[in-house]
Design a protein around this ligand. Structure first.
Ligand SMILES: NC(=O)c1ccc[n+]([C@@H]2O[C@H](COP(=O)([O-])OP(=O)(O)OC[C@H]3O[C@@H](n4cnc5c(N)ncnc54)[C@H](O)[C@@H]3O)[C@@H](O)[C@H]2O)c1
Length: 334
């Protein structure tokens, strides 16, 4: 099959390398607003270059991958839906909730398959945790702890268009919380702090955040994030139940050390980036996208799913700004 890809930056180059290595991808064609970046990537992978997305779609592709900067997602998605091309879109689907709602409506009315890039749904640990919840082996679930702690901040220019730490970073925790528990979030109470570089506060953002979520069955979830976790990239989830607890990300690469004497856990080495942490999951999600393109399955993470995760992020931003608990019904849905 012939796959098109827009965006040759950090994640776009990474996805392009994954796609080029997959058996079922015969041809890859890439584009970027910076054509030099697209050409460098295409040369590395033996791919074609298109001058823009319009030309790329007109060249006849079976599937399209959007990995461009966030503000480009919604317009690019509208182009590929208009062309009837199954599309993989990196999170977030759009910069605003209103645009995301519009796109969810459009997808529903056209029936074009759109797969949103929440790769944790393809991580073996999170899938085991979901199975443990579903099978009932943990008994009833009463609380969950989850965190996304980046080892180092992104480049300063990324921050103003990122949407803020809840929309950019914790949105992954919000999506996977819904995926693992099968529940919806009823209310949130969130806060944040600026301990690091000034470019976060200059963009109205925080570099460290915490949120207390109550799910619709009363389960309590504590979620944290930071851009400054010097010990390594630390993404985890603990699901605590009546009969047991299961932990995702609890292995020897854990980015912390024990304060107890004689404990040789974790032995390391740590992981330093989301790409290292989730390499197999990124590969599995693009393999799943190829199955969507071939018509073998429907989207495993829909725009509707992305909308729900975005509503939780939106509620957290509002809670942080107004220093009060926010019920999800305050945030518009469809
Ligand atoms: N799922 C994940 O784990 C994950 C991880 C990192 C980034 N992302 C998402 O991927 C997107 C890209 O992030 P990044 O870190 O690669 O950013 P980046 O700044 O490194 O790269 C973005 C690229 O998009 C290009 N671009 C901008 N507008 C374009 C347009 N209209 N058409 C084509 N190309 C365009 C830029 O020239 C740049 O090369 C962001 O939306 C981000 O939220 C997701």
């Amino acid at each position: 099959m012939r796959i098109g890809l827009a965006g040759a930056g950090r994640i776009g180059a990474f996805h392009a390398r994954t796609l080029a290595a997959l058996d079922f991808v015969d041809e890859l064609v890439v584009t970027d607003a910076d054509l030099g970046a697209a050409k460098t990537l295409a040369d590395e992978l033996g791919a074609d270059v298109a001058p823009d997305t319009e030309a790329l779609l007109a060249s006849g592709v079976d599937g399209f991958v959007i990995a461009a900067a966030t503000p480009a997602h919604a317009p690019l998605l509208r182009q590929s839906i208009a062309a009837g091309v199954p599309t993989f879109c990196e999170k977030p689907v759009a910069s605003t909730l209103a645009e995301t709602i519009g796109l969810a409506d459009l997808v529903a009315s056209t029936g074009v398959q759109v797969h949103v890039g929440f790769q944790r749904r393809f991580d073996a640990g999170y899938r085991r945790a979901r199975a443990a919840v579903e099978s009932g082996e943990l008994g009833f679930i009463h609380s969950i702890r989850a965190n996304t702690h980046d080892q180092a901040p992104p480049h300063a220019s990324y921050v103003p268009t990122s949407g803020g730490i809840f929309r950019d970073c914790n949105v992954h925790d919000f999506d996977i919380l819904r995926f693992v528990t099968g529940r919806e979030v009823a209310s949130v109470y969130a806060t944040g702090a600026n301990k690091g570089a000034d470019f976060f506060s200059a963009a109205g953002d925080v570099d460290t955040a915490g949120a207390l979520l109550t799910l619709d069955d009363g389960t309590i979830a504590l979620i944290s994030s930071t851009r400054y976790n010097g010990a390594g990239h630390d993404v985890r989830m603990e699901v605590h139940g009546e009969k047991g607890t299961i932990a995702v990300g609890l292995d020897h690469s854990l980015a912390m050390r024990s304060a107890e004497e004689g404990v040789d856990f974790p032995r390391g080495p740590q992981k330093w980036s989301f790409m290292e942490r989730f390499l197999p999951a990124y590969q599995a999600e693009l393999t799943a996208f190829a199955e969507v393109v071939r018509g073998e399955r429907t989207s495993p993470c829909t725009v509707r799913d992305a909308l729900e995760a975005s509503r939780i992020a939106e509620a957290c931003e509002l809670s942080r700004a107004e220093r009060r608990p926010v019920a999800l019904f305050e945030i518009k849905g469809i």
